[in-house]
Design a protein around this ligand. Structure first.
Ligand code: KIV
Ligand code: NA
Length: 264
């Protein structure tokens, strides 16, 4: 089995082969996704929500994310591991983006970084790419800008389509190896995917992108509360885990666990 690297993703686009990406935040889940042959794992700043319990992705820090990257890299020997640059770690400019990304590479062992924004982060993307750090861009709905965008909203509708297209072109020209498009009308995402030579990765962006990404807890039913319309739930890990915990507690209470087969 091959180890996925950035050039394989370009190759898959050229061959019309769609691929998937999942988030991962620890060694154990990364091992499972690597075994499942998911080619790209993202240590998303969505760790803010699903690992640390923050309401938004804004508070999470580089220091909180690096240890997660380390676990994922150890658990996934074949996957390309992409580390999300959190809010506050790249907006100040190319120098800051370089310093943060270098930490994710040297301390975390990441293979690529991801950052949010289109035209406004083209300088950062160009500087990182020049330094040998592959960059995945992220346009459309960008959760770190939730306050500026006025909530969780579909992006690129109507007149805003031109800006989204300009953002996609800008990140590709700056050297990004792929671009995530989040909550974008399917037709527009398809149009951008056909226009760009780099792969597009959709989340709430319809079926015509080159790849798809989901937060693993969302797709596996391990999130609390309601999930977005774009999520498909492939399992009930949360329910299974709750039932397992209840059964374990119950058996301990009744004195039926541990049994002789679990005893020395
Ligand atoms: O942080 C994250 O999980 C993401 C993906 C949903 C693209 O950025
Ligand atoms: Na993210």
């Amino acid at each position: 089995r091959r180890t996925t690297r950035v050039h394989h993703l370009a190759q898959m686009k050229a061959e019309g082969e769609k691929w998937s990406m999942l988030t991962a935040y620890d060694y154990s889940s990364a091992r499972i996704f690597d075994d499942a042959e998911i080619p790209v794992l993202l240590v998303g700043d969505s760790a803010a929500n699903v690992v640390y319990g923050y309401d938004t992705t804004i508070p999470v820090s580089v220091d909180e994310l690096i240890p997660l990257v380390r676990g994922v890299v150890r658990g996934a020997p074949h996957a390309l591991v992409v580390a999300d640059l959190p809010f506050g770690s790249y907006e100040a400019g190319a120098q800051q983006a370089l310093e943060s990304s270098i930490r994710f590479f040297k301390e975390g062992g990441a293979h690529a970084v991801k950052l949010e924004g289109g035209e406004r982060v083209a300088d950062q993307i160009a500087a990182l790419t020049a330094a040998g750090i592959p960059v995945m861009a992220h346009i459309g709905f960008t959760p770190q800008s939730v306050n500026g965008l006025g909530g969780f909203r579909i992006q690129g509708r109507g007149d805003a389509a031109d800006q989204l297209i300009a953002d996609a072109i800008a990140v590709a020209e700056a050297g990004a190896f792929a671009v995530v498009m989040e909550m974008v009308p399917a037709d527009l995402a398809g149009q951008i995917s056909r226009k760009l030579t780099i792969p597009t990765v959709g989340i709430g962006a319809g079926n015509e992108t080159d790849a798809q990404v989901l937060v693993w807890q969302d797709m596996a039913g391990f999130t609390h509360g309601k999930t977005a319309k774009f999520v498909k739930r492939y399992a009930d890990v949360g329910g299974d885990l709750r039932r397992a915990a209840q059964q374990y507690a119950d058996e301990v209470r009744r004195g039926t666990f541990p049994g002789p087969e679990h005893s020395y």
